[in-house]
Design a protein around this ligand. Structure first.
Ligand SMILES: [Zn+2]
Length: 207
């Protein structure tokens, strides 16, 4: 149980049973998976991979021979990484939007290189804290930032919206944006320029 409080998941073999402890956000995954987790005598060895989710890599997961158990472990690892990414990014940015400084509990942790693109990671330097409005605006390519962290509105997108008479509020939208990203105090959490560059390319950015 202590191991689960420190990590997210912990297993321990006792005489005739395996004791499992995990954080609440993994409960659903676990409940859906108990039969595949417990099926064979090798279950404990495979499941012990979950004791150190921080260092568990895709290679180790792929090496789990039992297919259903491999899928369960992969799903739990993914869920854990996503929750961890979000927590670390929001902490790094002081729960403040990097585009407009808003807090108000309206924050998301956005990936710079989108999760769907190859080369995306859950490193804090591939993340940026954005309020709901700016997360959506970023993902719909209305606004982006370059390697020098300058925030840019897409004039081509604004043009399209104006054409469709859907550009209401554009002045207020521009005014709310900081000229450059409101960055974490700790330099090592600043966005990695290589990720920023990749993101502009895969997002098909046209300034
Ligand atoms: Zn914002």
């Amino acid at each position: 149980m202590e191991a689960a409080a420190g990590g997210a998941f912990a297993t321990q073999a006792k005489e005739n049973e395996i004791v499992v402890a995990f954080r609440p956000f993994l409960l659903v995954d676990y409940a859906q998976s108990t039969s595949s987790l417990h099926q064979t005598g090798r279950a404990h060895r495979d499941m012990s991979l979950l004791n150190d989710l921080d260092s568990l890599d895709d290679e180790q997961i792929a090496a789990v021979a039992n297919r259903p158990r491999q899928m369960v472990i992969r799903r739990i690892a993914r869920r854990y990484r996503a929750a961890n990414f979000s927590r670390k990014v929001l902490e790094a940015y002081g729960h403040r939007c990097a585009f407009c400084r808003v807090q108000l509990g309206l924050l998301d942790a956005a990936h710079i290189v989108p999760v769907s693109a190859s080369g995306s990671t859950d490193e804090v330097t591939n993340g940026v804290a954005l309020c709901k409005l700016h997360h959506f605006a970023y993902d719909s390519n209305l606004v982006a930032f370059d390697r020098r962290y300058r925030i840019r509105v897409s004039e081509s997108r604004v043009g399209e919206l104006a054409e469709a008479e859907l550009d209401g509020g554009i002045r207020g939208f521009r005014d709310a944006l900081a000229p450059t990203l409101v960055l974490p105090a700790n330099v090592r959490y600043h966005p990695n320029p290589a990720y920023v560059q990749t993101a502009l390319r895969v997002r098909g950015w046209r300034p």
